[in-house]
Design a protein around this ligand. Structure first.
Ligand SMILES: C=C(O[C@@H]1C=C(C(=O)O)C=C[C@H]1O)C(=O)O
Ligand SMILES: NC(=O)CC[C@H](N)C(=O)O
Length: 713
């Protein structure tokens, strides 16, 4: 009998350019099309070696094992071979070796560069910014409704398109036509979100080869579900191309024959913009605003943006704050006097704050507190109690090991996991200091800004990427996205990302807990796949302290900080429990002291503080934020006002019970029972009766004086 032909699931090769969201793309593809994705890095030694040997046959043989390729996002420049690696070779594949390819962000830029485009800087970088993308509902954008897409890029593709060069276009046909410079690239989508950037190309397809590309990130948590539709469309088109390929009777198409004819009606126009959903409901926009514009046939990006943003031709909304160039005037250095004044501490207990605002980088501060040497180590425990008393923190920690004292009031969970290996991360990005004039509403408004939300979104997508890499494509979800949480001295924007291993139902109550057989370790049972610990290790260092793309940002930080070790600041602190779980905080809002024998004169405490620099940051804003974080810890080192003693006269006197109700109440209170409103009223009436009695008896003074005379117990 002929052996059954096992149809393998199709395989997609994902070329990872060391981006911090790659695993989210793998998850998006595996969740929406029936394929297996194999991820390799752009400098994979095996393929790179084959490629370098010039042995194209071997390289092509490798590619033949796949049904399609995704050229992924990443830091760097499509013109820099090191940044794109093996991607560059894809666009040179000869006809017989062609394979469907989708380029995303850097991959998209590499595709366009290969076919005549140029790559230039955006005037206004877009990192963690969500915008409505204008598309024409064709190709991989067919049946796609209004697309809200997250962007993470500083560069853009220039086709030498009139909408880019003249900021005007004969709308709509010309907007979607290839240009003379790039005759093989058909625009599929544009972004007009930023007036300064003008028209930014968001989607493209090659008019002959099976190559498509998008500039935005379809995998981001803040890209709407239309991102999934685009991946599904791409895969359908890739399969269709492969089927056609088998029969090789694909009619040649001239570039012009694929350009769309002018819309026959207003409805066609809106269908092109992707404003119709599959139910084809009618136009919902006032026709009068457009007819004139449409007849003239020429629209500028700002007008197109208005179509996208409002669809009603009204004036553009207030554009997001323009980019503030983070040109710093050298490093900022506070004097000791400044710090003392700032923190209202006497000079002899000065905290010397060394900080430097490196241009375009994370402002980094390290505060060094100097105090007379404490006689015993209880001092650090007392300081810790003071710190967490002033600054209660859900993930605070006190650690005392030999000569090291660590006092942490961290508000941020790096990662925790239980014995089912279900994990949780709670990244924080977005901080507003509590001070006069900053109400909860003000804080919410500030933390709702695109700058703060962009910061948080980047780290949420990074955290998803890290957890997807360990738990797989179907087991990660964002259970809280950018909610404002109130702390003692700050408001913070917090998100929560959960990961649950396949086959585990996360116990929500103690009663639901049962040792999952397949995870319980012990004799004769399957060893526990310590996914939680693996995620803990593979997510280091904490993404909320490195930024994204993580690998590249760590390289830059290492260089900018001259490789100086930060110590425990911005690391993690926590515990592993014997049950196979663990819980770790991000080490921020933390004071560290390392006693050294050669300094028995003073205690030297160090406090680290920093911010998160994005394209919308300002040096002043980040510096202020850094100081606020620093103060929330440094306050514990300020000499505290003497504890308010409750003067004797202020104590609550117990008046001898003059009726059974009061007697019972006193007995209950002494038994520790809560005081209800009724109880309080009984007590009040008893005090009033006592006062009336004293007045009637002509007794002088008040209850307080009576207490002083020992009249009551
Ligand atoms: C860098 C620090 O805090 C980090 C940056 C935050 C922000 O930019 O809002 C918030 C919490 C931390 O992830 C710090 O406290 O030193
Ligand atoms: N996310 C990306 O792939 C970014 C691509 C490129 N590094 C840019 O900044 O535009």
């Amino acid at each position: 009998m002929a052996p059954a032909i096992l149809t393998q699931r199709p395989k997609i090769l994902f070329l990872d350019a060391y981006d911090s969201f790659s695993n989210n793309i793998v998850a998006l593809v595996e969740q929406n099309v029936d394929v297996d994705v194999v991820k390799i890095f752009i400098d994979d030694p095996l393929l790179k070696g084959i490629n370098a040997s010039g042995d194209q046959a071997a390289f092509l043989e490798c590619l033949k094992g796949f049904d399609a390729i995704i050229a992924g996002p990443g830091p760097g420049w499509a013109k820099c071979d090191e940044d794109v690696g093996l991607m560059k070779n894809l666009w040179e594949l000869q006809d017989e070796n062609l394979i469907p390819i989708l380029g995303i962000c850097l991959g998209f830029q590499s595709l366009c560069l290969a076919f005549g485009a140029d790559i230039e800087r955006l005037d206004e970088p877009k990192h963690g910014i969500i915008s409505t993308v204008l598309h024409k509902g064709q190709s991989i954008f067919r049946d796609v409704e209004q697309l809200l897409a997250t962007q993470y890029h500083s560069l853009q593709v220039k086709l030498n398109h009139p909408i880019q060069t003249k900021r005007a276009v004969r709308y709509p046909a010309q907007l979607w036509e290839p240009t003379e410079t790039c005759p093989h690239l058909e625009p599929l989508a544009w972004d007009f979100h930023s007036e300064r950037n003008g028209a930014v190309l968001m989607g493209v397809k090659h008019i002959q080869k099976p190559f498509w590309g998008v500039q935005f990130h379809p995998e981001s948590i803040c890209t709407n579900d239309e991102g999934k539709r685009i991946i599904q469309n791409w895969w359908e088109d890739a399969l269709a191309w492969k089927r056609k390929r088998m029969f090789r009777n694909v009619p040649k198409q001239s570039p012009l024959s694929t350009s769309e004819s002018l819309p026959k009606s207003f409805d066609d126009f809106w269908r092109e913009l992707g404003f119709y959903n599959s139910k084809k409901h009618s136009t919902t926009f006032p026709r009068r605003d457009f007819t004139a514009k449409l007849d003239s046939g020429t629209l500028a990006p700002e007008e197109l943006a208005s179509l996208v943003a409002h669809g009603d031709g009204q004036s553009l909304p207030d554009l997001p704050p323009s980019t503030v160039h983070c040109s710093t005037t050298g490093s900022g250095r506070l004097t000791v006097a400044d710090v003392c004044e700032l923190l209202d501490i006497p000079r002899h207990e000065a905290i010397v704050l060394e900080s430097g605002l490196q241009s375009n980088l994370v402002p980094m501060a390290v505060g060094t507190g100097r105090m007379s040497r404490s006689e015993d180590n209880e001092h650090s425990w007392d300081l810790y109690k003071g710190l967490t008393g002033h600054n209660p923190a859900p993930f605070g920690a006190y650690m005392r090991m030999h000569n090291v004292h660590i006092l942490s009031s961290s508000p941020e969970r790096y990662i925790s996991w239980d014995r089912s290996q279900s994990a949780q991360c709670r990244p924080i990005k977005g901080t507003v200091q509590k001070k006069p004039g900053i109400t909860a509403e003000t804080a919410n408004a500030i933390l709702s800004s695109s700058k703060e939300r962009a910061e948080n979104l980047m780290i949420v997508d990074l955290t998803r990427h890290q957890l997807h890499g360990v738990y797989g494509s179907d087991n990660v979800r964002v259970s809280q996205l950018m909610e404002v949480e109130e702390y003692e001295t700050l408001w913070q924007l917090v998100s929560v990302v959960d990961a649950v291993p396949s086959g585990i139902r996360k116990p929500m109550t103690p009663e639901e807990w049962e040792d999952p057989a397949e995870y319980a370790s012990g004799s004769g049972k399957q060893s526990v796949p310590y996914l939680g610990f693996q995620a803990f290790v593979e997510s280091l260092p904490p993404g909320s302290m490195t930024g994204a793309p993580k690998k590249r940002s760590c390289e830059i930080l290492h260089k900018e900080e001259d490789g100086k070790r930060r110590g425990i600041y911005s690391g993690v602190l926590g515990y592993l429990d014997v049950g196979g779980g663990g819980d770790f905080s991000v080490v921020i809002r933390t004071a560290i002291k390392i006693d050294s024998p050669d300094n028995d004169k003073e205690d030297v405490w160090r406090i680290g503080a920093g911010g998160a620099v994005t394209s919308q940051s300002t040096p002043e804003g980040e510096y202020e934020e850094m100081l606020a974080k620093f103060q929330s810890t440094a306050r514990a080192f300020k000499p505290q006002p003497p504890a308010k003693r409750i003067s004797k006269s202020k104590r609550v006197e117990i008046i001898e019970p003059d009726n059974p109700q009061f007697a019972e109440l006193l007995a209950n209170m002494r038994g520790g029972e809560e005081l209800s409103l009724d109880d309080a009223q009984i007590m009040l009436r008893a005090v009033e009766r006592e006062l009336r009695r004293r007045t009637a008896a002509g007794e002088e003074g008040t209850l307080a004086e009576a207490e002083a005379e020992g009249g009551f117990n």
